[in-house]
Design a binder for this molecule. Structure first.
Ligand code: CMP
Length: 132
């Protein structure tokens, strides 16, 4: 059994999509083992996305991620990391498969509704960061 980390981002929370996204998560067989709504400070958003510090979108991304409440999630399932990435869809909603969360609710490549850990090691670090 694996646990991955997910975030419902400020755009999806503001659009009133928490319930629909959680419904998709549960329908896909994940067990929600952690859930917390939180308004990130700019500093916490910067720390969370530190790996992207050199990217041109870093400033916008961290400003956006601290612009309104998010929902942090711990999701358990066999092969959870890969499975959650499939349910989310591609980073850019325009390229995401039909039926994925980002296709359904993402606005653009930055405001893309949800986040998910990219590997098991990352999931462990991100879970520890949000659910110490
Ligand atoms: P996420 O899966 O949370 O990981 C990093 C985030 O950076 C990503 O989702 C997007 O929100 C954002 N992002 C990635 N690529 C770009 C890009 N080219 N332009 C703007 N934002 C991006």
């Amino acid at each position: 059994m694996e646990t991955t980390f997910g975030v419902i981002k400020p755009d999806a929370v503001a659009a009133g999509k928490i319930g629909e996204i959680i419904k998709i998560i549960e329908k896909n067989g994940f067990k929600i083992v952690g859930l917390r709504m939180e308004r990130l400070s700019l500093e916490k958003a910067q720390k969370f996305y530190e790996v992207h510090k050199a990217r041109p979108f870093y400033n916008d991304l961290t400003k956006y991620m601290s612009s309104g409440p998010i929902v942090a999630l711990a999701l358990e399932k066999e092969g959870a990391v890969k499975a959650w990435r499939q349910v989310m869809g591609a980073t850019n909603p325009a390229e995401a498969e039909e039926g994925t969360i980002r296709k359904l609710y993402g606005e653009n490549i930055e405001r893309n509704a949800v986040h998910g850990s990219d590997a098991l090691e990352t999931a462990k670090a991100e879970l520890a960061f949000f659910f110490p």
